[in-house]
Ligand binder design. Structure first.
Ligand code: ZN
Length: 83
């Protein structure tokens, strides 16, 4: 499992980026950030996209993938150290 660099959701089936930094065009089920698109075509930094997501009230991009025991506070605690 892989972690989203934007929202900290850590159950992605594929990595957002390869070790070389190449985007995999993976969409986060949680915040909806897509590597290679939101960061490039749309020009979002992780932080800008994260702030937008937080301002919108942490909407789930794909609610079907939302874990039953998902805890926004735990995830926010984790991402406060993210850049
Ligand atoms: Zn995310």
């Amino acid at each position: 499992m892989y972690e989203c660099p934007v929202c900290g959701f850590n159950k992605l089936e594929e990595p957002m980026y390869l070790d070389t930094g190449e985007p995999m065009f993976v969409i986060c089920h949680c915040c909806g950030f897509q590597s290679g698109y939101d960061d490039d075509d749309q020009g979002f930094s992780f932080q800008a996209f994260r702030n937008k997501w937080i301002e919108e009230g942490y909407p789930w991009f794909n609610p079907k993938k939302k874990p039953k025991c998902w805890d926004i506070n735990k995830q926010l605690e984790k991402i406060k150290d993210f850049k």
